[in-house]
Design a protein around this ligand. Sequence first.
Ligand code: SAM
Ligand code: SF4
Ligand code: SF4
Length: 333
Amino acid sequence: MLKDTFGRALRDLRISVTDRCNFRCVYCMPREIFGRDYHFLERKEILTFEEIYRSARIFVDLGVRKIRLTGGEPLMRRDLEHLIAMLAELPDIDLTLTTNGSFPVERVPRLKEAGLKRITVSLDSLDNERFQKINDVRFPVRQVLDWIDACADAGLTPVKINMVVRRGYNEKDILAMADRFRGTGHIVRFIEFMDVGTANGWRMEEVVPAAEIVSIIHRVFPLEPLQAHYPGEVARRYRYADGQGEIGIIASVTQPFCGGCTRLRLSAEGKLFTCLFASYGHDLRQLLRSGRSDDDIKQFIRQLWQARDDRYSELRNENTRNLPKIEMSYIGG
Ligand code: SAM
Ligand code: SF4
Ligand code: SF4
């Protein structure tokens, strides 16, 4: 098994299929920066489905067991179902997708039929006004809720629901969110607002710490901690004491989990990033497009992973904050 300098295995691959998005979430793609003049990747710069499939196959040979498609908004990529069908043929792979749930619900069964196993839908508030303020394109909550229902109907279960909690924007919605999805089988994951990229103006004061999120919920719906499913699981799990299901907390800021980080990220233009907070990526596209053999590419990835020593969240301080960083919409979380 391939291990990095801290003995962490390579298990998860996150593939960003586009850097574009139909939302302008204020914590991710603020419109002042991602406006008309913003230079998104051009078509020829982006990996083709064949290139993505070939890369994924190589990664699976090297030990990857979980692939998450992300973006930008992955469903903006035309015929994504076709890529899903290709990836679904890889053996023993947990294939999943993160989306903002803003596309017509008719698409959901097609994703399932193509071979998608599970889905994560992002939803930051149940209050329509607050949600529209956050997505900044006036997209209504109702349609995302319909999308979540369609995912459950299609059997893409358990549906995970990502809520990024940012003080001053949506901390009032924590309890309502827990309440709305208790007993549905869906798993809400409360995510601390992270200092990804440099566009979102992150400030520590805007982070609602995991402990505070848990206590807000626990006061009304008592919670009990659960064991992780596997070492290095990103979300800390809690169950409702009354048996109404579970939630997850992703506390990258206040309780970093670098020690178990088995994730590698592939950007839409074919750069590999060994950390969400890395300053630069490693060019896989150039190898894919220059006639190199699978063995050559495997060797490149082996060397990259074996040299990996990232642990940004554990080191986070005043100095690391000013390092150049990639944007979340480019790499996909
Ligand atoms: N567009 C898709 C979506 O929103 O689900 C997929 C890509 S999005 C970058 C992946 C996840 O990252 C979403 O759940 C989003 O809410 C989360 N995210 C984006 N910026 C973040 C930040 N600064 N801190 C924490 N989570 C963030
Ligand atoms: Fe788009 Fe997702 Fe970023 Fe929101 S979080 S702007 S939906 S990529
Ligand atoms: Fe992994 Fe980097 Fe996040 Fe730490 S900061 S958990 S190494 S992606």
